[in-house]
Ligand binder design. Structure first.
Ligand code: C2E
Ligand code: CA
Ligand code: CA
Ligand code: CA
Length: 272
């Protein structure tokens, strides 16, 4: 037993070593990748109940020369543990504003949604950075939607609300991403300056077959209607899901059924 324990400890330590090394390597590569322009944006369309494109969500992509396409779930959580998420966040915000300016110059009223990480949102000068990105790009704030998660609301409630109010005053709108997966109180919904909720795709996935998920989706739609919030269903993959969601009054749909994320530049070139 002793020998086994010892082996396990050695194995564990060796494992930790490589994990730490791996993280450091990725962090270093991210830093490098930012400088070399390896990060860019994809966009996934959002459609209204009639199927017309009303905008899209911007999703970060990292093309690493050796690792290839690194999915956001592999680098965003790591970036969030360091200041790198701030640099990536700035990059996304600037690119989003440029894209928005391009759409607005063409007279297109499409909304662009941007994911904002808690660390980025809580940064002391976040509001200034948003304002500067808009000014630099020559974009009006009206087309920009910031997606934040429920986790943001757990602490610093007063600061969070006043910051949101400031950004709303600039013309931006707020969306609660992955709605239903986090902070479970509905009471906060009416106290925040919100524009929309995004139903997490784990709830959408098994509708309309699963009665529990179906009930949850219906409840979210009903509450939102009463509060005057737009609802986006994410992860819509089938016609059945789309029909169900539309029949229950869902305003906006997003998912592989309507379109996969694609490079932003190519999408922009096709608009107008
Ligand atoms: P999210 O904000 O919930 O984004 C939706 C994710 O679901 C995207 O994955 C999208 O490609 C995927 N998706 C869309 N439609 C479908 C569908 O029909 N079926 C399935 N199975 N999946 C679908 P992606 O692009 O890999 O992004 C993963 C997460 O990374 C995002 O989740 C978001 O939390 C984070 N992320 C992406 N871009 C950014 C960014 O610019 N900033 C920050 N802070 N986070 C980002
Ligand atoms: Ca999102
Ligand atoms: Ca989401
Ligand atoms: Ca998600």
């Amino acid at each position: 037993a002793k020998a086994g324990g010892r082996n396990r400890i050695e194995f564990f330590e060796a494992g930790m070593q490589t994990e730490v090394e791996e993280r450091l390597a990725i962090e270093h590569d991210m830093q490098d990748g930012i400088e070399r322009g390896q990060f860019d944006l994809h966009i996934q369309p959002q459609v209204d109940a009639s199927g017309a494109v009303v905008g899209g969500e911007l999703l970060m992509r990292w093309t690493h020369p050796v690792r290839g396409a690194v999915p956001p779930n592999q680098f965003i959580p790591l970036a969030e543990e360091s200041a790198l998420i701030l640099r990536l966040g700035d990059l996304v915000l600037q690119r989003a504003c440029e894209a928005l300016a391009q759409l607005q110059r063409q007279g297109l009223r499409l909304d662009l949604s941007v994911n904002v990480s808690p660390r980025q949102f809580r940064r002391a000068d976040f509001v200034d950075r948003v304002r500067e990105a808009l000014t630099r790009a020559g974009a009006r704030a009206e087309g920009l939607i910031l997606e934040v998660t429920e986790g943001l609301l757990i602490d610093n409630w007063a600061d969070t609300v006043s910051r949101m109010d400031e950004l709303v005053a600039l013309g931006l709108r707020f969306s609660i991403d992955d709605f239903g997966t986090g902070y479970s109180s509905l009471a906060y919904l009416k106290k925040l300056p919100l524009y929309e909720l995004k139903i997490d795709r784990t709830f959408v996935r098994d509708t309309p077959d699963d009665p529990n998920d179906t009930a949850i989706v219906e409840a979210i739609l009903s509450v939102s209607k009463h509060l005057g919030l737009r609802v986006v269903a994410e992860g819509v993959e089938t016609a059945e899901q789309a029909d169900f969601l539309r029949s229950r009054g869902c305003d906006c749909l997003q998912g592989y059924f309507y379109g996969r994320p694609e490079p932003l530049a190519a999408w922009l070139a096709r608009q107008g």
